[in-house]
Design a protein around this ligand. Structure first.
Ligand code: ADP
Ligand code: MG
Length: 575
C-alpha cells in the first residue's frame, strides 16, 4: 500500500489542498455547537431577538463555509484517487506487456484481469475515503473531546464510559470482517476465470453438451462469492443499528444527567445542547475511523496483489550492453540447445544443434509433442534456453535486444491470433508503415488475395474478435501475409499450412520460394509433401534430433523419417 502511495507524487499539491480544506471543514464544524449554545443561552433564554439574528447569521456563514470546504475537498480527493487509478492501470498494463510467457503462466490471465480492474478500484475507493477521513475524523474526534471537556467536565465522564465500550465493539466487528474481505478478491478471481473459460470455449462447451455442468461450475463460484459478500454485509448491517443504539443511549444519558445539573444550576441549557452535538460528532468520527480500518485491510489485500504484478521481474530481459547484429541476413544457429519447461521433469528438447542460412529452407518434421513448436519458440526468445546457445547473425539471442531480435523475424505461430479490425489492419500488424501495395502483394503471395476479393468489403472487411468470422485456412493465410509484409531476414512457419488443401499448399510454397529467396525459412510441418524439397530437414523425436539432411539422404539414413514417409506417401511417390 505504502509503495502504491508513492504514485501520489504528481498529485502532491492537490493532496495538500484536500487536507487543508478538510481541516478547515472540521474546524468550522467544531465551532457550530458553540455558536448554538450562545444563541440558546444569551438569545432565547433572555428573549433578545437581535442577538439571535446576529448569531444565527454567524452560524449560517460558518455552515456555508464548512459545506464549501467539504465540496471542494471531496471533489479534489475524487480527482486524485481516480487519477491514481488511471496511472496505476497504465503501470500494471505496461508491466504485463513486458512479461515473458513464464510470468503469464504464473499469475494466470483471469487473475491479471481482476488485478488490473477490481483490485485497482479497491485501492482507489479506499483512497477517496482515506483522504476524506484521515484528517477530518481525527480532528473531529479529538477536537470534539476537547470542546466537550471545556464545556462541562463532569458530563465528559459519561463519554469516558461510553466511548471505550463503543471502541471495543468496533474492534470485535473489524476482527470478524477483515479476513472475509481478504478472501473476497480470490473469489472474484475464480468467477472471472470461469466466465473467461466459458466465453472462450463456448463452441467446445456446446459441442460436448457441457452447458449444464459449466453452469454448475459458474453457479458454484458465484454462490461462493455471494455467500462471502452476504456474510460481510450481515455484519455491516448489524453494525449500523448497534451504533445508533450507542448514540441514542448516549443522548438519553446526556439529557438525564445534564437535566440534573441544570436543575442544580450547574449548567445552562445551551451548554447541554452543545455538549450533545459534540458527543455526536465524536461518535460519528469514531464510526468513520472504523470504516477506514475495515477498508484498509481490503485495499491492502488488493495492493499486495497489484504489487505482485508490478514486482514480478520478467525472466527474459534485455542484456545491459546489447550487441547489435547485422540488420539483414538471417543466419540461425543452434549450438547444443537444451530446454525444459518450468516444473517439467524431462527437457522438452535436448542437445539440438543445426544451422539455417539465407536462401535455404529448413524444415522440421516430427510427431505431435516431439518439441517442434518448443524449438522454434526459442528463436524469438519466448523462453530462454537451459544450456547451449542460439546464435543469430553471429550474436547470441540473449545478447541482443528483444526488439532487434524480433525485428528480424516473421513469425507465424501454430495457434493463430488475429485482432479485431479489418483485413488490411491485421496484415499491417506486421509492419506499421506498409503501403497498400505491400499489403496486397503479401496477401497475393500468401494466396489470400482470392478469398479477400470475395469478401464484401475486400481489404476493409471486418475481422471479428479472435478471427471467428473466417475459416481456419483463411486465418492461416492472413497470418502468413502478416509475416510476409515485414520482409524479415528469418521466416518461421509453425505448422502454418496444415489447414490448407494440397493445391493451395503447393501454390503457396511456390510463391513463397520466390518471395523468400534471400531469407532464411524455417518451416514446421506434419506433411512430408510440405518438407520434401527443403534444403535441410530436421527429424525430431522426443525432443532429440533423429535425423538431419535432405529428403534423399534421410530416406537412406533415418529410420524415423522413413516411417513418416511411408505412412504418408505411396511407393512410387517415394521413388
Ligand atoms: P509439437 O509442436 O512438436 O507438437 P510442442 O513443442 O508443442 O510439440 O511440445 C513438446 C512438449 O513440451 C510436449 O510434451 C508438451 O507437453 C510440452 N509443452 C509444450 N508447451 C508447454 C508449456 N507451455 N508448458 C509446459 N510444457 C509444455
Ligand atoms: Mg506444435
Amino acid at each position: 500500500m505504502i509503495k502504491l502511495l508513492k504514485l501520489l507524487k504528481p498529485f502532491i499539491w492537490s493532496v495538500i489542498a484536500v487536507l487543508v480544506f478538510l481541516f478547515l471543514q472540521a474546524m468550522l464544524e467544531l465551532y457550530l455547537p458553540t455558536l448554538m449554545a450562545e444563541i440558546v443561552n444569551n438569545g432565547m433564554m433572555k428573549g433578545d431577538t437581535g442577538y439571535i439574528w446576529k448569531f444565527g447569521g454567524y452560524m449560517l456563514i460558518v455552515a456555508l463555509g464548512s459545506s464549501v470546504c467539504a465540496i471542494v475537498g471531496s471533489f479534489l480527493s475524487s480527482k486524485i484517487a481516480l487519477g491514481l487509478g488511471r496511472d496505476l492501470r497504465n503501470l500494471v498494463f505496461s508491466r504485463v506487456e513486458e512479461y515473458s510467457l513464464h510470468e503469464f503462466d504464473k499469475l494466470g490471465t483471469a487473475s491479471l484481469i481482476t488485478r488490473t480492474t477490481n483490485d485497482i478500484i479497491q485501492v482507489q475507493t479506499m483512497l477517496v475515503m482515506g483522504m476524506r477521513f484521515m484528517i477530518y475524523a481525527p480532528i473531529m474526534c479529538i477536537g470534539g473531546i476537547i470542546m466537550a471537556y471545556s464545556n462541562d467536565r463532569s458530563l465528559t465522564m459519561l463519554l469516558a464510559i461510553i466511548l471505550p465500550l463503543m471502541l471495543l465493539f468496533i474492534g470485535v466487528v473489524a476482527a470478524a470482517i477483515v479476513p472475509l474481505f481478504k478472501i473476497m478478491q480470490k473469489k472474484i478471481d475464480k468467477v472471472n476465470l470461469v466466465v473467461r473459460e466459458n466465453l472462450i470455449g463456448i463452441r467446445v462447451i456446446r459441442a460436448f453438451n457441457r452447458i449444464g455442468s459449466e453452469q454448475e461450475r459458474f453457479i458454484e463460484a458465484n454462490r461462493d462469492l455471494t455467500d462471502n459478500s452476504i456474510k460481510v454485509n450481515k455484519i455491516m448491517a448489524m453494525m449500523q443499528p448497534i451504533m445508533m443504539l450507542f448514540m441514542n443511549i448516549t443522548t438519553v444519558a446526556i439529557i438525564w444527567f445534564a437535566g440534573l445539573r441544570i436543575g442544580n444550576g450547574q449548567m445552562e441549557l445551551g451548554g447541554m445542547m452543545a455538549f450533545m452535538q459534540y458527543a455526536m460528532q465524536i461518535m460519528f468520527s469514531l464510526i468513520m475511523v472504523t470504516m477506514m480500518f475495515v477498508m484498509i485491510p481490503r485495499a491492502e489485500a488488493s495492493a499486495v496483489r497489484i504489487n505482485e504484478v508490478l514486482d514480478m521481474n520478467p525472466e527474459i530481459r534485455d542484456s545491459k550492453n546489447p550487441i547489435k547484429a547485422d540488420i539483414k541476413r538471417g543466419y540461425v544457429e543452434f549450438k547444443d540447445v537444451t530446454f525444459s519447461y518450468p516444473g517439467a521433469e524431462e527437457p522438452a528438447i535436448s542437445n539440438i544443434s543445426f544451422y539455417a542460412k539465407p536462401g535455404e529452407t529448413t524444415a522440421i518434421i516430427g510427431g505431435t509433442g516431439s518439441g517442434k513448436s518448443t524449438l522454434i519458440n526459442l528463436i524469438p526468445r519466448f523462453y530462454d534456453v537451459d544450456s547451449g546457445n542460439i546464435i543469430i547473425d553471429g550474436v547470441d539471442v540473449r545478447e541482443m535486444t528483444q526488439q532487434d531480435l524480433r525485428h528480424k523475424i516473421g513469425f507465424v505461430p501454430q495457434s493463430i491470433v488475429l485482432f479485431s479490425g479489418t483485413v488490411a489492419e491485421n496484415i499491417r500488424y506486421g509492419k506499421d508503415d506498409a503501403t497498400e501495395d505491400e499489403i496486397k502483394h503479401a496477401a497475393e503471395v500468401a494466396q489470400a488475395k482470392d478469398f479477400i476479393g470475395d469478401l464484401t468489403d475486400g481489404y476493409d472487411s471486418p475481422i471479428a474478435q479472435g478471427g471467428t468470422n473466417i475459416s481456419g485456412g483463411q486465418k492461416q493465410r492472413l497470418s502468413i501475409a502478416r509475416a510476409l509484409v515485414r520482409k524479415p531476414g528469418i521466416y518461421i512457419f509453425d505448422d502454418s499450412f496444415s489447414a490448407l488443401d494440397f493445391k493451395t499448399d503447393g501454390k503457396l510454397r511456390a510463391a513463397l520460394k520466390k518471395e523468400t529467396k534471400d531469407s532464411t525459412v524455417i518451416i514446421v510441418a506434419q506433411r512430408v509433401s510440405t518438407v520434401m524439397d527443403a534444403d535441410r530437414i530436421i527429424v525430431l523425436e522426443d525432443g532429440k534430433i533423429a535425423g538431419l539432411g535432405n529428403h534423399k539422404e534421410l530416406l537412406k539414413t533415418c529410420e524415423v523419417y522413413r516411417e513418416i514417409v511411408s505412412s504418408q506417401l505411396s511407393e512410387e511417390e517415394i521413388a
